[in-house]
Design a protein around this ligand. Sequence first.
Ligand code: ZN
Length: 430
Amino acid sequence: MEGHFDIAAGQAKLAELQNEATTEGWRATLNSAAPGFDEWIVGAIFGGTYQREGLTARDRQLLIIGALTALGGVEPQLRGHFETSLRIGMTHEEISESLIHLVPLHRAAAGDGSAAPHAHTNRRDGERRHYPVREVIRTVLGEVDPADAGIVDSHDHLFLSTPLLPGEELADTDDAMTETLDFARRGGRTLVQWTPRGLGRGLPALRSISETTGVHIVAATGRHRRGVYPSGAPEFDLTVGQLADTFIDDIGTNGCGLIKVGISYEEVTADEGDSLRAAAIAHHATNAPIAVHLERGSAADLVLDFLLDESVPMNSIVLGHLGKNPDPDRIAEAAQSGAWLCLDAPSPRNPVSIEELSRTLGRLIEGGHSSQLLLGADTTTRSGSRPVRSAYGPAGLVDQVAPHLIRALGADALAGIMVGNPARAWSVRV
Ligand SMILES: [Zn+2]
């Protein structure tokens, strides 16, 4: 064994392991960040550690692939080490076998991201403290730990004004405050408002309501389908890129936590394709979930195909109103995608009976989809809001709908639908 620091030996070793361009690339990056550091790496690591006996070059590559894969988020380094592995004589098969072997150990499978029911327990235990990745729910008052989301109304509107529902505008801050207080008194903790840009979503009022009531409020950016807006709405004068920028800005600076897109009955129009594309761009920039209004529960397959083409992961897509589709087979088919399924409680605009709702939920649970289910009151009209009609609204969801569903489906199922699932659905990695 040579000495512990040997630049010449390091350079020779590097020539075996990497092509010249790769070596020059990382050396230049390191040298510009900390002059001379690259030389230390060459001498100490490649001229030192790599010169030690006891492990073969292949052993060393397997260790590195294992560590980088388990660490996650270091794909460029991993790709570089795949190249090195091939250079030293490992086969493609050995590399893919080592990745398969690592699958159960990867953080995404072992308890990270939205697929992991125990991720929050881990965080409380402090086990994840050394990871640079956190999960948060973005609310109008800032980031909230998903473990604090509590009982969640996953789809609602405290504010909504559209010419489609004349005289029914939800635009009164006092009413919204009363409604939210009522929700909080019954144990409600988080409310997700799906009102996108241009429909009177009331961001400043949402902040003051959240401050006063203590209820976490998740607000939406995004764009509904054209028919919901007044004619000439400026939201439709934007290119896809400009639209994506407004979404990103809403998330980064205006406290929005989801991207809402509205789709027409059984079709995705050109406008709506642009909305989905812009939503995908904004998702990739922010990780924010994309919540889709499916008109009467239709077109889930078209929307999912579209977002799949844009590489949006299924666990970042929330399908709204799916339960309104009269065909249970189409609901089951959409559920197979793995996307979140957000169903609506009975309301004046959703004349489903509570029995029908629990049957739909029951079928989805039997089909193995209990971990994808969400529920919201989806209050869209003044005459359907809690201060007017006591059975409806976010508070009605907690004190009328939830007890019925607990009797029909069991307390565990409902805890999933209103607490565990939404904590994951509305959280993002930051
Ligand atoms: Zn809605």
